[in-house]
Design a protein around this ligand. Sequence first.
Ligand code: HC0
Ligand code: SF4
Length: 573
Amino acid sequence: MVSLTIDGVSVQVPENTSVLEAARQANIKIPTLCYLKGVNAIGACRVCLVEIVGNAALQAACVLPVSEGMQVKTNTPRVQKARKLSLELLLSNHDRECLTCVRNRTCELQALAETFQVNEYKYEGAKIEKPLDLLSPSVVRNPNKCILCKRCVAVCRNIQKIGAISATQRGFATTIAPAFDKSLAEVPCINCGQCIAACPTGALSENSEIDNVWAALHDPSKHVVVQPAPAVRVAIGEEFGMPMGTRCTGKMAAAMRRMGFDKVFDTDFGADLTIMEEGYELLDRIQNGGVLPMITSCSPGWIKYCEHFYPEFLPNLSSCKSPHQMLGAIIKSYYAQKNGIDPKDIYTVSVMPCTAKKYEKLRDGEAGTGYPDVDAVLTTREFARMIKQANIDFVNLPDEDFDDVLGESTGAGVIFGATGGVMEAALRTVADVLTGKDLENIDYTDVRGIAGIKEASVNVAGMEIKVAIASSTGAAQKLLDAVKAGEKQYHFIEIMGCPGGCVNGGGQPIVPAEVRSVLDPRVERAKGLYSEDSDKKIRKSHENPSIQKLYAEFLEKPNSHKAHELLHTFYAA
Ligand code: HC0
Ligand code: SF4
């Protein structure tokens, strides 16, 4: 252990701890901007400067390791002045259109400028005026709001192991962009939006579909149907000041109704349906010598990653569409027929924690009825903006239920939103099918938790089923390399593109770096999902009565011809 003092407070921390982290442990707050816990520590922004007694130069606390006897001062006049100067310089060439910025009031630069009372623009430098990158269906890049903190570069390169963006050009012209200033749509960006979640300003944001959704809601000829993803219900509350992980399922359904959606269904139903299709696909592959390991296909960021970087694994991907696409196809077929509505008049909206879903809905093979399965995808953030635009008092809404029958779901569907959840849901069904019993022990805790890679071996009816789970494409890379090298063998692998799974998707409420230092959204939001699962009366997908009804009335059986037409897709090498 190393002993030091910070602002006169004695602190003991392990060797190699940064001064910033040591201060946090002593409950002393040092402001940061380019620092992002577990992602980026480069000492570039000069906001976390501190004074070290006996040292002439101020030091960046995020990259400075502690040393024995060190005396740190975090709040001297010199430090305050230097921090303010750093902010003034950042603002000198920043596009300061705060009022019209998507990050107005959630911008970390704006918050620091307020804290440090930067109440004039002291330095008016030349402005960066570059065109916006608007071509990606998922991510909008506005270089004029970029402060070169490189948090996005670090998450894309180090966590996702993609490196779609980096610093291009030099000096004043430095821009964070894909190589040769290409659009994100022209490089192997997987649309995961993790860069957006990491961005402290409005330099990266989702490609908004809010206007299209309002237009559909206001069009009397349209029958507008909405479905929220599992992970949205445990994150949307953050946009309204509720604690991270608060379960808002009922309020969310109520808000949707008040916004004017004609039907409020639930992607969790689609998740149950996916388990039926994917579970039977797995059993078929195991029993009839199909390609193994089978790998889940519900995370479009992961699918795009696989297509770009691991095409040799494409035959391993389940042919199942993702749950919201499946539900979209069912809404435009089964639901349309039952209710005498022409599918061309139905407009389906998915509310997702994910920016890649905006890309997924445009892929070939995602229009089971001849019409797009899903017409619009809103992120959790966009959905919250719409609730605010509609002046809905979200916090005080009553809890309401989803509409029958495509709103009925099980605990298995709910946990899809956390890493390991699809696997656990699948095991609950596969185990029952193989044993022919209604098994009681259905909490597969080995597959829970936020480790990037998890493994488990489950003995079902005398058969050893080996499974693995990866969340983040960086973790997927490691796992797939081990499978490729023959070091690991599995029957079934779940891969989610984002670290922690959908709860931590690129479309979720932005968690400021300061909060991320002390609270992990992957953990807090997942807790909400698992608690909703335990509270559900039915916790296995195949026991969902509405799923049973859908098969009896329409699809016949899992993997039937009709199910294939509507619910399955293909991939491009
Ligand atoms: Fe997910 Fe999904 S669980 S990808 O993480 O499978 O986005 O929440 O909606 O579709 O259900 C995201 C979350 C979903 C889908 C589901 C899957
Ligand atoms: Fe990288 Fe994902 Fe951002 Fe694309 S969306 S630039 S892959 S972090």
